[in-house]
Ligand binder design. Structure first.
Ligand SMILES: Cc1cc2nc3c(=O)[nH]c(=O)nc-3n(C[C@H](O)[C@H](O)[C@H](O)COP(=O)(O)OP(=O)(O)OC[C@H]3O[C@@H](n4cnc5c(N)ncnc54)[C@H](O)[C@@H]3O)c2cc1C
Length: 365
């Protein structure tokens, strides 16, 4: 049985960042159910693939820059806010980098130097003395490995977190993303607020010749019904979301504050969305994934024996950041305050009527 210092379950931005930073010091195993060492298969991460300024800053702090091969067109400069609750539309300047999320993940994984078990699913871990005996499976094949420390970087539906038997959990949403042809040449990111559909938001993101339309619906509601209803309302407004190419769904977390985060116990730690790190206002999660991984890497490098305590200290800025976003929450999600903010035109892009018709879909309620 192979023995590791650290086994990381999940090779998304959190797991890949941690593996890159720890690979030089420790014997690390990086596990993912996706075949990240082969051509992309059916299982890909359900994500908008937008690299927000916070994620750009995190990458810069690691001395990294995104290669051209991960980018997709168009690179957008604005977000169009469609507010169904107040029948308002407004454009704002935004600086996202539009990437193919699967290629972004593969690029990050390519920067790691450690053992990998790709195409393997993490099933269970049992404490045996000072080690965890970890069961991985691929089809009907079972493999056992040992690790001193186990890391859950396995996203919102974390199986590693279940081992902690921690009842604490951020609010859960079902997120559905549906792909369409970009027949109208949409060249901006669109954020849609509509209380009839969800207390979160929906989005449209152009990707090469395609278009993603996504919704986040509170767990317990009929997600498919509300996703379709939002689509109908957007079609009535002028969008062409008719011929669906593919549809995918997954869980999405939304912390109500830093109290919803779970960092770990004993020799198990959680990072990224598994720990609950994600923006409660925009669902931007890539920066939180990479920064929480970086905080844990520093803790493990500085003090392997007492790393959890140190990890919690090093995450203070991320916890504060989530609490600050909660404080700003009403500006985005309270109907009255949002109406005031949009109607004030503060920070809005003034687009001339002719360029507006050319550059973007004209919408009127
Ligand atoms: C629809 C949608 C759109 C989003 N759009 C954006 C966006 O545009 N920009 C942004 O910044 N954030 C976005 N987010 C949030 C972002 O995707 C996540 O917060 C981020 O990916 C979290 O990174 P992570 O590494 O913690 O987990 P993940 O990226 O979820 O990675 C978890 C990894 O673990 C693997 N895994 C899970 N379980 C197992 C198991 N049992 N065994 C083996 N492997 C396992 C998975 O295959 C996956 O590779 C979006 C989220 C959703 C749902």
């Amino acid at each position: 049985m192979k023995t590791y210092d650290i086994a990381i379950i999940g090779a998304g931005p959190a797991g890949a960042t941690l593996a890159r930073e720890l690979g030089k010091k420790y014997k690390v195993l990086l596990v993912d159910g996706r075949n990240l060492d082969k051509a992309p298969g059916k299982v890909i991460k359900n994500c908008g693939g937008l690299i927000a300024p916070d994620a750009q800053k995190a990458l810069a702090s690691f001395g990294l820059a995104i290669p051209k091969s991960t980018l997709v067109s168009p690179q957008m400069f604005s977000v169009k806010v469609i507010d169904f609750d107040n029948s308002l539309v407004q454009n704002y300047q935004r600086h996202y980098i539009n990437t193919d999320r699967e290629l972004f993940d593969r690029w990050l994984v390519g920067l790691t130097n450690c053992d990998k078990a790709f195409g393997f699913r993490f099933k269970n871990a049992v404490k045996k003395g000072s080690f965890y005996e970890i069961t991985l499976s691929k089809n009907s094949q079972k493999v056992l490995v040992r690790a001193d420390i186990l890391i859950g970087a396995d996203g919102a539906n974390s199986r590693v977190k279940k081992l902690l038997q921690d009842k604490k959990e951020p609010k859960k949403y079902i997120s559905i993303q549906e792909w369409f042809k970009n027949s109208q040449n949409i060249n901006e990111y669109v954020a849609i607020f509509d209380k009839e559909i969800s207390d979160f938001y929906s989005w449209i993101i152009p990707k090469e010749n395609g278009l993603i339309f996504g919704t986040a619906i509170e767990e317990g509601k009929n997600a498919a019904h509300f996703h379709n209803l939002q689509k109908q309302k957007l079609n009535a407004l002028g969008y062409n979301l008719h011929a669906s190419v593919k549809k995918e769904g997954c869980y999405l977390f939304r912390p109500r504050g830093s109290r919803d985060l779970t960092l770990g116990k004993d020799k198990i730690a959680l990072i990224g969305e598994a720990a609950g790190f994600i923006s409660p206002t925009s669902a931007e999660g890539i920066s939180y994934a990479m920064l929480s991984a970086n905080a844990l890497a520093q803790a493990l490098i500085e003090n392997r024996e007492n790393f959890l305590k140190l990890y919690s200290v090093k995450c203070r800025f991320l916890k504060r950041n989530i609490d600050l976003k909660i404080a700003k929450y009403p500006l985005m999600y309270n109907r009255f305050l949002r109406r005031l903010a949009i109607s004030s035109n503060i920070g809005a892009i003034r687009v001339s009527k002719e360029s507006f018709a050319k550059a973007s879909l004209s919408l009127s309620f």
